[in-house]
Design a protein around this ligand. Sequence first.
Ligand SMILES: Cc1cc2nc3c(=O)[nH]c(=O)nc-3n(C[C@H](O)[C@H](O)[C@H](O)COP(=O)(O)OP(=O)(O)OC[C@H]3O[C@@H](n4cnc5c(N)ncnc54)[C@H](O)[C@@H]3O)c2cc1C
Length: 386
Amino acid sequence: MVTGAGPAGARSAWLCAQAGLRTLLVERGGVPREKCCAGGLLERASGLLEEPLPSSVIEQEITSVSIVHADFRADFELQARAAVTVRRSAFDAYLAERAVKAGAELWSRSTITKVAERPEGVEMTVDGRAVASKALIVAEGATSRTASALFGPYRGRDQGMGVATTCRLDRDPGGRMEFHFLGTPLEKFPYRFQFPLNGWMFATRRGANIGVAGKDLSGERYRAGMDLMRRNVEERYGEVLDVRTSAHPIPMVPRRRLHTRRCLVVGDAAGLASPMSGEGMTNAFKSAALASEAVRGLIADGASLSSYRRGVASDILPIIRASRAISPPVQWLMGVVDTPLLVKKLRDDPEMVSTCLRISRGEVEWEALLRLVVRRFPYLFFSSLT
Ligand SMILES: Cc1cc2nc3c(=O)[nH]c(=O)nc-3n(C[C@H](O)[C@H](O)[C@H](O)COP(=O)(O)OP(=O)(O)OC[C@H]3O[C@@H](n4cnc5c(N)ncnc54)[C@H](O)[C@@H]3O)c2cc1C
């Protein structure tokens, strides 16, 4: 059984059903349902799906990226598609329907309330009904109660927070993603991992997704960030209409325990979003593939689920560690140098631009950027001082 029909759960269910396992997918909300998200699906994430996305699910193809910092703006025209934008209601429904077509049974508007693991299987209560399964994949997202019950509570201090708005705009932003540096530049070296307030504008079919994400900030700070983002977007693209806003936590530290004898935790419920950007769909899909592979081994041969832990340790954790390592020096650089000058230097550095594009397309990992930043650091630092 899989609980939670977001990207991690729906892909897990699809893979289990494809492998011929009797699969039940339980979703607390309806299908389709909205998830608070910017809807930026990087090529590295969509490339993990086995078939191209239907055009009905794609809002915009992203081939332009802008970096905005106060009055400064740098536009990057990319040589290839870096991402598409999606509406999560349509995208998640497409993934859930795909699982159903492959043979999974979907119970929407159903909630798992109790779970007890026995040597021979897992017993659960779903809407008051007893359900038994040989294995359980927990894909309930950042606020998962089942993951807390099985693996312990997720620490609030390991979470960031995102606020996202969908809206229509007067003027079409085209296939563009904008990243806005909003957080106050830091004045000393941050020894700890930092995630200052950043904002975005991701173009959709008739408007945009606008939002902010940060960590350890007050509600007032998020509200002020959203007001600023709205003003920035209105200045360029005209009136912001039909606004719908929601907020949701973003897990930034992987859980220590990822499985028991018969239960595994995937995606945001496992804390696998990127601590650099909050991007979570790539690791939702990767962890789903590793988990369903482990479940197939358990059911076919009684193999231990520890293959899942090993898979996450080799395929996912090094990338998360690299992005955590890269974050403090980048934040520090932004704080002490002339940021517009630094961004101009980055824009004029073809290797840097192509490495970022290749990361978004899944052709190289964050370690490649880390190596490049380490090599360029003295030059970038000294030449960008005011
Ligand atoms: C503001 C914001 C912007 C973001 N932008 C991006 C972005 O642009 N690109 C990107 O890649 N990532 C982005 N992310 C992260 C991304 O949304 C998540 O990483 C992704 O949704 C994780 O997928 P998931 O399947 O693990 O969890 P979720 O998508 O959260 O799905 C979990 C599902 O489980 C269901 N559920 C919960 N409890 C139960 C229960 N007890 N029983 C049954 N069902 C249950 C929920 O209803 C939900 O449908 C963003 C996050 C935020 C907050």
